[in-house]
Write a protein that binds this ligand. Structure first.
Ligand SMILES: *[C@@H]1O[C@H](CO)[C@@H](O)[C@H](O)[C@H]1NC(C)=O
Ligand SMILES: *[C@@H]1O[C@H](CO)[C@@H](O)[C@H](O)[C@H]1NC(C)=O
Length: 346
């Protein structure tokens, strides 16, 4: 009998506690908007790398005209392993390559144009820079992103909205079908005045991207995955506290003055890079730092060194507990700031 009573008590108690639980106030609702899984993964990277490379590297220019001969592209010592090793030294886990810049020259053997590495003496026209990067990155556990310039100063279809959008879509398909996982696709907003009526079918492009790579982040001036910060200085100036979409900004800046490698330029100093870091990562953005390969096809020693120094500086600065003398009071009471956090400034 005593045992039965005990059992009854247990059943009653557990029922009661279940009831009490279900009657308890539900946890507070999240403050919208929320990031997607891909955006969360992206956010944790802090520092990512841009690689501007192409015919401009060989003509000492920033914006190619589109009239460059593929024959000038000849990075005889190209070694993508060195690029990825450089990135890992900087603590970088995502590298974005300009597969095609505004000059229209393709770093992979596209089926839809002959304006590509196929016409280059490099590897007798059998080279594929995108593949080289993908292989090297995969071997080192680094992710790859690709930049495909909508603005094309070479292709004759540019200016004919239907024909060019089809061409662009076909190239997107090539890049997103043939090179494994691509973590970010970069749609540059730059657009020339040579074909003012050219309009891009962004909706079709985005839909295609999502269909081919479901976990990719789409970058453009206005998202949908990641947005441009609005300048090329690596600084975030403003955000929109009343925004309805989770749309974090990427701060793109070059380690040098230009985006492409120029013999006459040298990398920025560590202090300047740290200022950029504080004003980008420090403001909850990602820093997309461009480190351009040179005409040999390697990242210059000075840039490798600077990136390593920059990483060491960050590690040293943040190796001490900067919040050591700060205190935070938390209460279980609701209202005001969620969770009743009361951070005391140091
Ligand atoms: C662009 O469109 C406008 C108006 O639709 C037209 O007047 C103009 O001639 C067009 N320009 C070109 C370069 O096709
Ligand atoms: C490119 O960088 C590599 C590595 O530092 C260097 O050996 C090579 O000479 C550089 N090429 C040019 C053209 O500066």
């Amino acid at each position: 009998m005593a045992k039965l009573l005990q059992l009854l008590c247990i059943i009653t108690l557990s029922t009661y506690s279940k009831l009490a639980f279900s009657l308890a106030t539900p946890p507070p609702l999240p403050i919208l908007p929320l990031p997607s899984y891909a955006q969360l993964k992206w956010q944790q990277r802090e520092l990512i790398m841009f690689l501007h490379f192409g015919v401009n590297t060989f003509t000492d220019s920033e914006w190619g005209t589109g009239n460059e001969s593929p024959a000038i592209f000849n990075p005889t010592g190209l070694d993508a392993n060195q690029w990825v090793d450089t990135a890992t030294k900087g603590g970088i886990s995502l590298m974005i390559l300009t597969a095609k810049h505004h000059d229209g020259f393709c770093l992979w053997p596209s089926k839809y144009t002959d304006h590509s590495v196929v016409g280059s003496p490099w590897k007798n026209g059998h080279g594929d820079v995108v593949q080289e990067l993908v292989n090297a990155a995969k071997a080192r556990g680094v992710d790859v992103g690709l930049y495909l310039s909508p603005w094309d100063r070479h292709d004759r279809r540019y200016g004919n909205t239907k024909a060019y959008n089809e061409y662009y879509l076909a190239q997107l398909q090539e890049l997103l079908n043939n090179y494994g996982n691509v973590r970010e696709i970069w749609f540059d907003g730059a657009k020339g005045s040579n074909a003012p009526n050219m309009s891009y079918d962004f909706n079709d492009w985005f839909a295609m991207v999502k269909e081919l790579q479901s976990t990719i982040n789409i970058f453009s001036d206005a998202g949908p995955g990641v947005r441009w910060v609005g300048n090329e200085n690596g600084y975030l100036n403003t955000g929109d506290p009343k925004g309805t979409d989770w749309l974090p900004a990427e701060c793109d800046v070059s380690i040098r003055t230009g985006w492409f490698w120029h013999k006459s330029q040298s990398p920025k100093g560590v202090n300047e890079l740290l200022e950029i870091y504080y004003n980008s990562v420090g403001r909850n953005c990602l820093l997309l730092l461009n480190v351009p390969p040179n005409t040999t096809g390697l990242i210059s020693k000075s840039d490798v060194q600077r990136l390593t120094e920059f990483k060491n500086a960050i590690d040293t600065i943040f190796s001490t507990n900067l919040a050591e003398k700060c205190s935070i009071k938390a209460t279980s009471q609701r209202g005001g700031r969620n969770g009743g956090l009361d951070p005391k400034m140091c």
